[in-house]
Design a protein. Sequence first.
Length: 213
Amino acid sequence: MQITSTMLNVPPYISTTWEHIISLRTEHDVLYISLKSGESIAIPGLDKSTLETIFEAHARYLENANKEITFDIPYNSLKAGGLTTLAAMRHIPEESELPDLPVDLLEKIAMLTKSFGGEEAQMMTPSDSTCNCTFCQLARAITNLSDTNLEEEKIADEDLAFRDWQIEQIDAQLYRVTSPLDPNEQYKVFLGEPLGCNCGENHCEHIKAVLQS
């Protein structure tokens, strides 16, 4: 038998993750489990302690699943001080069972981290591989990106041309990027959600130019 923060395994009756379970109830010492598939599983003979453990695990899952995770990246602070803001964060054991952060958020942080260089990723304190708190998720994403960058080929000099782009902020998170060689060649970069450029590329030099400005 396994009763964890992610799954319920009571052989030979059921073995599934909590996300597939709608509700629990007991009647005449029988545990009834309602599944999203419409099935109802009846498990007799469980002692009081086991029943309490099952209900507590399900309650914790529901509580964490209903938490709204928001993490507004302070672009100005990051551009001014690199990863100092993220490095100041710490592992929080009490939040070890938080749901996964949105993939697009982790990708945005990874892109920002890449713009500062791999060395600053070392400022992050080590994450706990068994923890899913906000800090540990971010630390793993940044560390994985840093490790990947070590295997990348050197960037050619012509690929660094984005540093010569002229940057002009035209709104809260909107920037105009102009080529110094051709004033008519302009792009708009948005640093909000979703991060992007009207050139159509996800990792273009125009976004890099704004992040480096």
